[in-house]
Design a protein around this ligand. Structure first.
Ligand code: EPZ
Length: 416
């Protein structure tokens, strides 16, 4: 297993290019299996989860893979099974439920099971698909779904689930009749998926709001589509600029989709501006802790919680972070404490007392965004930090050590 070795204490300066969005690419790749024609995707990042999704598409009967900087997906005769060996490594595989039911009327998808950050059930996906006429049973750890065609339905989600909204967007695109999703997720990745589906001939409106309307069509065509930039990767490098008191320009960087994150960093004292050259992140003064509550979009994203906690550890004062989306997403706190951070956990809340000079230490990554927060802490810490099990990091960050090194970080990957 690889690890990252970081000598902390250098300010980051220079340019970092933001890659395509992992969480937009995954549903769009899976949605591609619904197209009758070939799909060509641009700006897809080269990540572990993308490789896993390409493997899933191949298992489902689609030819897919990188061709230069593009990903091509050409439809074959679809097979219904997403096996446990694959699903357990990437729970987003459950997103193939809607497309398979819509296309071939059956699906056999391993129950994703929990992960480090929580139980992550899929009950909202299943209940909504049942309203469209699907029938499910759980057998030997698999979800067995079937339907005689899907019919449009009026669905009200108990919670604005991102994956649930994505599954239902895809299913409803090829259902018979009109569908309405209420209390739908509003994340930018949902908008990107809907725009992709519309490029293939779907008829979706209201995406980005909590009420999405879909008029089912009989088939979807192929298309060429450019995936959006990764707003969470961008937020992570904003945190890197902040925690090292650096001066970074992020190119190919989203701005509007990061309003809640930018607002919090500005509240801490980070200067963030945007012009044609990119988004500039400058931290030339002491930073102050803030209070953060993670919420569905457009609130502060849970995927940035670990990263802002790392920055708060070295900022003045104290702040409370409330994690409302996942039940176990403070795994990074214990590792940050080993680096000298002062964090008290109590249920959904983490109280961070800042003003600490972190010291390097061997630390263990537990999940994707926790890994990122440990790298951030290592950049600011005095001495050497070794982040182990960085396969977690490789799921969601393209060439992180290369991008950080180019901006002045002393960071190397050691393959063990
Ligand atoms: C997506 O996960 C993202 N993953 C997550 O990013 C992100 O943290 C999450 O949305 C919230 O923004 C991808 O896009 C691949 P949810 P998803 O369904 O779809 C509960 C990362 O770091 N829930 O909105 O799984 C669930 O347990 C990853 O890139 C149900 O109870 O998120 C959780 O507590 C981590 N029943 C909450 O809702 C359901 O049927 C949010 O889940 C579905 C969800």
């Amino acid at each position: 297993m690889d690890k990252l070795v970081i000598e902390g204490g250098t300010r980051l300066e220079g340019e970092i290019r933001i890659s395509g969005s992992k969480n937009a690419s995954l549903p769009i790749l899976i949605a591609s299996l619904m197209s009758e024609g070939n799909v060509i995707l641009e700006n897809v990042p080269r990540l572990r989860d993308i490789k896993t999704t390409i493997e899933l598409l191949t298992l489902l009967g689609c030819e897919s893979g990188f061709s230069g900087e593009e990903v091509l997906v050409s439809k074959g005769s679809l097979l219904p099974e997403a096996p446990y060996e694959l699903v357990r490594t990437m729970r987003a595989s459950v997103l193939c439920l809607g497309p398979l039911l819509a296309k071939i009327g059956k699906a056999k998808v391993a129950l994703p099971g929990g992960c480090a950050i929580g139980s992550r059930p899929v009950d909202l996906h299943l209940r909504a698909l049942e309203q469209m006429g699907a029938v499910f049973k759980l057998e030997s750890g698999y979800i067995l779904g079937s339907c005689n065609g899907l019919k449009g339905a009026h669905i009200i989600f108990d919670f604005p689930t991102v994956g649930g909204t994505e599954n239902l967007l895809m299913a409803a695109s090829l259902a018979n009749g009109e569908s309405m999703l209420e209390n739908a997720a509003r994340e930018p990745e949902i908008v990107d998926l809907a725009e992709f589906l519309n490029s293939c001939g779907a008829r979706i409106s209201g995406h980005g709001t909590s009420v999405i309307r879909i008029s089912g069509v009989s088939s979807l065509e192929g298309c060429r589509y450019r995936v959006m930039s990764d707003r969470i990767e961008a937020g992570t490098y904003m945190a890197a600029g902040a925690i090292t008191r650096g001066d970074l320009v992020l190119t190919n960087c989203p701005f509007h989709e990061l309003e809640a994150v930018i607002s919090k960093f500005r509240e801490m004292g980070v200067k963030i501006s945007s012009d044609a050259g990119g988004v500039r992140v400058k931290a030339d003064q002491d930073l102050s802790c803030v209070d953060v509550v993670t919420l569905p979009y457009p609130g502060f994203p849970t995927d940035m919680q670990a990263q802002i906690m790392a920055v708060m550890c070295v900022a003045r004062g104290s702040g409370i972070i409330r994690e409302t989306i996942f039940e176990n997403r403070f795994m990074h706190a214990q590792e940050l404490i080993r680096m000298g951070a002062r964090i008290k956990l109590s249920g959904q809340n983490a109280v961070v007392r800042g003003g600490v000079l972190l010291t390097g230490a061997p630390v263990m990554a537990s999940d994707l965004r926790a890994s990122a927060s440990l790298v951030l802490a290592g950049l600011a810490a005095r001495g050497k930090t070794e982040v182990q099990r960085i396969y977690h990091l490789d799921r969601g960050y393209e060439n992180m050590e290369k991008k950080l090194s180019a901006a002045g970080a002393r960071i190397t990957r050691i393959s063990e």
